[in-house]
Design a protein around this ligand. Structure first.
Ligand SMILES: [Fe+2]
Length: 152
């Protein structure tokens, strides 16, 4: 049974970002699965690999969201970016410490990851979503997609 399920309350009404959040949730569930495995299966080896993938995925996801916020001229872009930076530092530290065997994957780490993601989507991502919807979001989104296709 998954530890956390995506539900409509997490939707930011931007399909690509919703898909990215769903993928991230799946990675948290994968990490949790590795915690439930028999200890003889070298949990930490699996946890390190999953945490590394999550770290890379989170970085790309944050860049995507930040590009989007720039395009819509989101007024609290800097504040939101700072929140991303702090969390990226935290997830990097988990990865480094797991890799160095300084820590083992545990339920506190899982709770931190889940709570951060849930609260961030509901409290912070929802703000740029509302801002985009208040403006002309359809033109913003097509502008955003055009920029990404151009690779700009
Ligand atoms: Fe965000």
């Amino acid at each position: 049974m998954p530890l956390i399920d995506w539900n409509e309350s997490f939707s930011v009404n931007i399909e690509e970002i919703d898909e990215q959040h769903k993928r991230w949730i799946a990675m948290i569930n994968d990490l949790h699965d590795s915690l439930l495995k028999d200890h003889t299966n070298d949990i930490n080896h699996t946890a390190v690999k999953t945490m590394e993938s999550m770290k890379e995925y989170v970085r790309d996801h944050f860049i995507y969201e930040e590009d989007y916020m720039r395009v819509i001229n989101y007024p609290d872009f800097v504040g939101h970016q700072n929140i991303h930076c702090k969390f990226y530092e935290q997830i990097s530290k988990y990865y480094d410490d797991l890799k160095a065997n300084k820590i083992l994957l545990n339920t506190d780490i899982m709770k931190t990851l889940i709570n951060w993601l849930k609260n961030h989507i509901i409290d912070e991502d929802s703000k740029y979503s509302i801002f985009a919807q208040e403006g002309d979001s359809s033109s913003h989104i097509s502008q955003f997609e055009a920029i990404r296709i151009r690779g700009g």
